[in-house]
Design a protein. Structure first.
Length: 169
């Protein structure tokens, strides 16, 4: 599943996109999670929140996303904030379902470096992740972060914000 068209190819589309956000607290979205917990009470079960960073790429397009870091920072920050709020809504529902953990697949790394400058990552994502991880822990769940690529530059940050498991490929 790759995006064929970017939903927010230009920032003029952003307000309309915001109006159509799905409800991540809708109970019907978590029927399978509840059923899984009921049928597998002794298993360690994770709820997935996808990839927030790749969602940015799918929504904006890779080139636009890279330009946004420097040219449209405020709009990008608002979009990132919305995505993390949606993730937190899903986390609340996973907690209600009795999940043991939440997992995200954030492929932050390229072969030899982080996809964006480490300082940009810290300014754009770190505090959002810290709040999200705190919410996960407050709901007595673990946070598992998958990332492909070279992310050595932010591993200390991930440990600092409380990532419980870092799964690297």
């Amino acid at each position: 599943g790759e995006a064929v068209e970017n939903a927010i190819f230009n920032w003029e589309q952003f307000p309309r996109w915001k109006e159509k956000l799905p409800d991540f607290r809708a109970p019907r979205r978590y029927t399978n999670a509840r059923r899984l917990r009921e049928t597998q009470p002794d298993k360690f079960i994770m709820g997935g929140i996808g990839s927030l960073m790749m969602t940015l790429v799918y929504l904006r397009g890779y080139a636009n996303y890279m330009e946004d870091i420097h040219l449209h920072r405020r709009s990008l920050e608002e979009l990132i904030s919305i995505l993390y709020c949606c993730a937190c809504d899903a986390i609340e529902e996973y907690a209600r379902c009795g999940m043991d953990a939440v997992i995200a697949w954030e492929d932050w790394g390229l072969q030899d470096r982080l996809m964006i400058h480490p300082n940009d990552w810290r300014k754009l994502f770190k505090e959002h992740m810290r709040i999200m991880v705190r919410l996960i822990h407050d709901r007595h769940m673990k946070y598992i972060l998958h990332s492909c690529g070279f992310i050595v530059d932010i591993i200390d940050d991930l440990i600092e914000i409380g990532v419980d498991v870092l799964q690297l490929d």
